[in-house]
Structures are given as structure tokens and as C-alpha cells.
Design a protein around this ligand. Structure first.
Ligand code: UTP
Length: 297
């Protein structure tokens, strides 16, 4: 029997230095793509995949995230008084039920691996999903839902979502080696974090921000020395766990937008706006006007 994945971890303690000054007082995970904070997009994706427990690893200056996943009594009372039922429904839909959200703190931003390790007591000895909220996955069904199917079909193990990128970009990411392809799923043969030279990269399939991991990952993170950039990386721990457990890859159907990066953030806003029937027609027209003023595009 495959152990079901009911818990998801959202690391949200990073400093967001690439987005200053916006992220001085506002967590980067609260920046909005159209009208939804990126953290809300990730939580909705997790809920669609069957997640029931949302674990946030936060840090100082991140209180807005906690408030976002709580009731806002005055606002809701006012909306109710004014008969704004559509807005009330929207707020209710995005809210985890009582007891479904947990918050813990990463006291220093020592890297993604360290942030995940901070959730170990809350997650316990169960497999869990890990979603990097600043990676917005534009996919239907959602990326994590697609990964759950691979997890169930392969009888468990670990699953990593990947995306193909041009070869000249692989040095920016964690890259996987692939074998035994079945449709879009494959066995991972190896991983390299930010390969310096093209020949060090086993493929152009990059790790794109969604993982299903077995709890043994925590012990592997604990054994780890700081890696690239002095941070504790999750990839190094996964490489060690690969010696003991199977890792499956999924080239998921969809597109990743790195919203921790300015171009990715702008592109996500355009892509998700064009998908929204309530705003797409007017937005398409506005885009046409903007682009016609930039003939070189
Ligand atoms: P990033 O490396 O993109 O986030 O981590 P960052 O460090 O905030 O970004 P820059 O480079 O300074 O602009 C991906 C995710 O992991 C979290 C971040 O909050 C983000 O959601 N993270 C990163 C942590 O929770 N703790 C860390 O120590 C590092």
C-alpha cells in the first residue's frame, strides 16, 4: 500500500533580495500574480492534489503570510453587511480549515535544505510534498496532481518535477539525469546542482520546484555541510538519498514561471491574465497597444 501524501511544506523564509525594494516589508511570496499572492497559487495547487495539512516555514517579516491564511474578521463582517457574497466566497475558498495550517520558523535563511529541515517535527515520519511557492506552475491538472499520479503508479518513492530548458541556461539550476522513460515519467540517474560547464550537466532537464519526498530526507539534510553559496541545499541531500531509495522524474505538462525573478514574475502575470475569461479580452487589447509601441519586439 502506497503511503498517501497529505502534508505539504512551503518554505517561505527567503530574503527575496532579487526583488528589493518590493520585498523590504512585504514577503516576496505575497507578491501577486494578477490578483492572487504566489503563496496562494501554490496552496491551491496543493489542495487540488489532495493535501490536507499545509506547513509554512516562515521567518521574520513574514507575518503577512500567516494573516493571509487566517480569517479577517472586520473585513468579512463588512463584506457580509454589504451583501458581497462573491467576495466572501472567494475568501472562504482560499482558507485552510481550522487546524490545517501549521507555521514554524527558520531563524536564519541558511538555504532551502535547512528550511525544509525546520519542518521535520511537524511533518514527522511521513512522506510529504515540497512546493517552492515562487515557482508558479501554470498547468492543468496542477503539477503536484500530475506528480501524485506518478507516485501512485510507481508504488511510492520520491518524485521530482522537471522542465526542459535551453542548454545555455542549465548552469542556473539543479539538473537531473534520466533513464527508463515511460511517457513523461522516468527514473532519475543522478543530479547536479548548478553545473558550471555544459558537459557537467547530465541533461537539460531542470528541477523545477515541486517534490514528493520520503521522510528519510531529513536525516540526509542533517548530515550535510553547506554547499553552493554557503547554503544548505536540498539537492545535495537528495543525491545521498538516491543511494537508498528510488527517485522518479516527471516532465510535467505545463510551464514554470520563476516569480523570484523579475522577468519570470512579469511573464507569469501575462500568462495567467490571458487565462482569465473575466480580464483576458481587455488585457489582450492592452497588450497589443503596448507591443505596437515597441516595434523591435
Ligand atoms: P530562493 O533562493 O528563490 O529565495 O528560494 P530567496 O533566497 O528568497 O531569493 P533571492 O535570491 O534572495 O532573491 C526558493 C524558496 O525557498 C525559500 C524562499 O522563501 C523561496 O520560497 N527559502 C530560501 C527559505 O525558506 N529559506 C532559505 O534559507 C532560502
Amino acid at each position: 500500500m502506497v503511503r498517501p501524501i497529505k502534508t505539504a511544506v512551503f518554505p517561505v523564509a527567503g530574503l527575496g533580495t532579487r526583488f528589493l525594494p518590493a520585498t523590504k516589508a512585504v514577503p516576496k511570496e505575497m507578491l501577486t500574480v494578477v490578483d492572487r499572492p504566489v503563496i496562494q497559487i501554490a496552496v491551491d495547487e496543493a489542495r487540488e492534489a489532495g493535501i490536507e495539512h499545509f506547513v509554512f516555514v516562515t521567518g521574520r517579516n513574514k507575518a503577512a503570510i500567516e494573516d493571509h491564511f487566517d480569517k479577517q474578521f472586520e473585513l468579512e463582517a463588512t463584506l457580509e453587511r454589504r451583501g458581497k457574497t462573491a467576495e466572501l466566497d472567494l475568501l472562504a475558498k482560499g482558507l485552510p480549515r481550522a487546524g490545517q495550517a501549521s507555521f514554524t520558523r527558520q531563524q536564519e535563511p541558511l538555504g532551502l535544505g535547512h528550511a525544509v529541515w525546520c519542518a521535520r517535527q511537524i511533518v514527522g515520519n511521513e512522506p510529504f510534498a515540497l512546493l517552492l511557492p515562487d515557482m508558479v506552475m501554470h498547468a492543468s491538472p496542477g503539477c503536484l496532481r500530475q506528480m501524485m499520479d506518478v507516485y501512485e503508479t510507481h508504488g511510492g518513492g520520491n518524485v521530482v518535477a522537471v522542465e526542459e530548458v535551453p542548454w545555455d541556461q542549465v548552469s542556473r539550476y539543479g539538473v537531473v539525469g534520466a533513464t527508463d522513460w515511460q511517457d513523461n515519467a522516468f527514473s532519475i540517474t543522478g543530479m547536479v546542482e548548478k553545473p558550471k560547464r555544459r558537459e557537467d550537466a547530465p541533461s537539460n532537464l531542470i528541477i523545477s520546484g515541486r517534490y514528493i519526498l520520503q521522510p528519510e530526507i531529513f536525516a540526509e539534510i542533517e548530515r550535510q555541510e553547506p554547499g553552493a553559496g554557503g547554503e544548505i541545499q536540498i539537492t545535495d541531500a537528495m543525491i545521498r538519498l538516491m543511494a537508498q531509495q528510488p527517485f522518479h522524474g516527471l516532465r510535467y505538462r505545463g510551464t514554470t514561471y520563476d516569480c523570484g525573478d523579475k522577468v519570470g514574475f512579469l511573464a507569469a502575470n501575462v500568462a495567467l491574465a490571458l487565462d482569465r475569461p473575466d480580464i483576458a479580452p481587455g488585457f489582450r487589447e492592452a497588450l497589443r497597444k503596448i507591443l505596437s509601441g515597441h516595434e523591435e519586439i
